[in-house]
Design a protein around this ligand. Structure first.
Ligand SMILES: [Mg+2]
Length: 365
């Protein structure tokens, strides 16, 4: 039997950080960066972090290329999709024509997101009995058309958005968060792609053209507990999303608004204010020490008072050093504030078109 496995891209195969959130990556220690597999474009301030075992999974697909076809389907635009495809091809050493298709947001229409019937009509050899979708968004999998042809994997996003966005904030709280040591350790331990290989190996032949993950076939493959858990997790996720936005979860949650940028600017300005106050305090201390040194020299002469003035001069140097460090921090924050203010939104989905903002070419890749 020929099988078709379709992968979502973001948070399923990779975790992408663009220039808007690059500061979270910049502030990550080398030790934690080393825990992840990634490709970084320092010039354009972008990082592509690969889900663990991606290379192993694609080498399995490569070995079984005669029986398994692989496709990609993302909510992002076609340019982004093909750029990520090329990165994966390069990383996993795959032939140029490895992927059967690369679908983008242009291939999503109608009532059901990522409706697999779109694939069936383009590739008649594939149908509900031999095709399945792997996606981190339950709303793409758990609808009437795909629910027996899909697997929901946990979102691979060490630098995740707030998982419980407040709907009243209209996406305001959806900037990337800084990853903790625990987030890095969790990302490194992620074995979801191993499950996909395992399921492909277990795949049974359909009896009467039933769905890939029909109750009978799941039982036959011995995957009941896996799917019970998968369904439980997916349903829990779905109930968290307001009904009105379920069908368009991607664009609804990923829309960056001007309000978000203003919030980032405000936060940066707040930090600048606090640091400036600290700097003024240091300048006051420095002045005090300088006055003491001058008074001591006047009273006892330079030679006699050198023990005391040395101590005070050391304090002055410390103040200068700290003040310099603060100036650098302020400079970086000013940069963040102006950048946040300039960005008018669109990541990963542009509010108007619902498409991912087109990226500049990635020179490093
Ligand atoms: Mg995704």
């Amino acid at each position: 039997m020929k099988l078709c496995v379709i992968f979502d891209i973001d948070e399923t195969l990779i975790h992408f950080i663009d220039e808007r959130n690059y500061d979270v990556w910049e502030n990550t220690s080398e030790k934690h960066k080393k825990m992840l597999d990634y490709e970084e474009d320092k010039i354009n301030r972008k990082v592509c972090i690969f889900r663990p075992l991606i290379q192993e999974m694609f080498s399995f697909f490569m070995i079984n290329r005669s029986t398994i076809s692989v496709g990609l389907w993302t909510y992002a635009d076609a340019k982004y999709a093909s750029e990520i495809r090329e990165i994966i091809i390069k990383l996993c050493n795959l032939p140029k024509d490895f992927f059967l298709f690369t679908y983008s947001v242009d291939d999503i229409s109608g009532h059901y997101p990522k409706d697999l019937r779109h694939v069936y009509s383009n590739f008649p050899e594939f149908n509900k009995s031999n095709t399945f979708l792997v996606d981190n968004l339950a709303s793409n999998v758990m609808h009437d058309i795909n629910k027996q042809n899909g697997i929901v994997v946990p979102s691979f996003a060490p630098y995740g958005f707030n998982t419980n966005p407040d709907p009243t904030k209209n996406g305001e709280d959806e900037f990337r968060l800084h990853a903790t040591a625990l987030d890095h350790a969790k990302a490194r331990r992620d074995h979801s792609l191993r499950d996909i290989v395992f399921i492909c190996k277990k795949m049974s032949e359909p009896d009467k053209g039933e769905h890939v993950f029909s109750t009978d076939r799941v039982r036959e493959m011995g995957l009941q507990s896996f799917f019970e858990l998968n369904k439980k997790v997916s349903m829990k996720y779905i109930t968290r999303i307001p009904a009105s936005s379920r069908s368009n979860r991607s664009s609804a949650t990923a829309t960056f608004t001007q309000a978000q940028n203003t919030m980032r600017k405000n936060n940066a300005n707040k930090s600048i204010k606090a640091l400036t106050a600290e700097q003024t305090d240091l300048a006051g201390k420095q002045k005090e020490c300088e006055k003491k040194v001058a008074a001591m020299i006047k009273l006892h002469g330079k030679k006699e008072s050198h023990m005391y003035t040395n101590q005070e001069n050391y304090k002055i140097d410390e103040c200068k050093k700290k003040s310099k460090q603060i100036s650098e921090k302020i400079k970086a924050l000013q940069k963040t504030a102006s950048r946040a203010y300039d960005i008018k939104g669109g990541c990963p989905c542009n509010k108007k078109s619902g498409k991912r903002k087109t990226m500049k070419s990635w020179k490093f890749w």
